[in-house]
Design a protein around this ligand. Structure first.
Ligand code: SF4
Length: 316
């Protein structure tokens, strides 16, 4: 089992080694726009998920001919703070390397003092907040019924008070859902109170769980950034261009699949590409015999058929 993915080129984090802290897919939310897929285990219950194995794999990776990294990013096929070992993993990374640690989180568990304490050693925390209005928050993030938006916002406020590192707040803007004046006004008020170091605006540019999650244009996103105030920036490319796909070579696909079998959504996430484009490329690689497809527990996995250096793989 591999818990590491990448390094992945990330617009926000540069060259980032991803660490998957949570099995697919445990999360307190079931967001309309989730690229991982529907939440199969919706929970607030924190558990130990392979902490020692994750630390061991990181140790082995960092002892090897380590690639240059800008960040080690704790994320997951779900909410990473559900892993009770997250604090130990951050501290272990800090002992192994000077590479800064980032945590991508929904922010759903930040109301717990122990979670904030465990994240204290991270260099950057990137929590999400998609709406400051309860009804819209429920419609977009589809939280567990016992959760409340007031609790989420008070968790973010407590993080801001206690945490010494940087906070980059991510907001997913969806057409007709949280792009109205009332919504943006409410968000702006919360942002002013939270004073995050950055506000990063995203929109649903990749295939998502529900079609109702529709993207905004770049111009609309930029106008919202201006409205939300200084420090707000658009991080979505706002276009599903073939350019991004072309920039990822066949060799890169084969390199990822030589490391471990992966599903098409996994690859799309790791490579930062739209799922449909990844599926088309995999179809072509399967037809040429370079990649094999098999079913495991009802999921389709792809594996590279090449064991030689992928540098020598010709472009097909
Ligand atoms: S919080 Fe993240 S992982 Fe959880 S459902 Fe939303 S987008 Fe998916």
């Amino acid at each position: 089992m591999s818990y590491l993915f990448g390094p992945v080129p990330s617009r926000r984090l540069g060259r980032s080694l991803g660490v998957d802290l949570i099995p697919r897919k445990s999360c307190p939310y079931d967001c309309l726009y989730c690229e991982v897929g529907p939440t199969t285990h919706q929970t607030l219950e924190r558990r130990e998920y392979h902490t020692q194995a994750i630390i061991q794999e990181l140790q082995d990776y960092l002892r090897g001919p380590a690639a240059e990294l800008d960040f080690i990013t704790l994320a997951g096929s779900g909410e990473p703070t559900l892993n009770l070992g997250i604090g130990r993993i951050i501290r272990a990374i800090k002992e192994m390397t000077a590479t800064p640690v980032a945590v991508l989180t929904s922010g759903a568990l930040l109301y717990l003092p122990e979670v904030r304490l465990e994240l204290a050693a991270a260099d950057v925390i990137l929590p999400s907040l998609d709406s400051a209005i309860e009804e819209t928050w429920r419609a977009i993030n589809r939280p567990l019924p016992e959760m409340s938006l007031a609790q989420i916002i008070s968790g973010l406020e407590a993080l801001r008070r206690e945490y010494q590192g940087r906070i980059w707040l991510e907001i997913m803007i969806l057409k007709g859902l949280n792009d109205t004046e009332e919504e943006l006004d409410a968000l702006r008020r919360v942002i002013q109170k939270l004073a995050p170091d950055k506000v990063q605006l995203n929109t649903a540019v990749r295939p998502v769980v529900e079609d109702v999650a529709q993207p905004l244009s770049l111009e609309e996103m930029q106008a919202i950034a201006v409205f939300l105030g200084e420090g707000a920036e658009v991080i979505a490319s706002c276009s599903r261009t073939a350019k991004a796909e072309a920039a990822v070579s066949d060799a890169r696909f084969l390199e990822m699949l030589a490391r471990r079998p992966m599903t098409a959504p996994d690859l799309a996430q790791v490579l930062g590409l739209p799922l449909d484009l990844v599926q088309q490329r995999l179809k072509r690689l399967c037809e040429s015999g370079l990649v094999a497809h098999s079913l495991y527990q009802d999921q389709g996995f792809y594996r590279s058929q090449l064991h030689a250096s992928v540098d020598s793989v010709p472009q097909i």
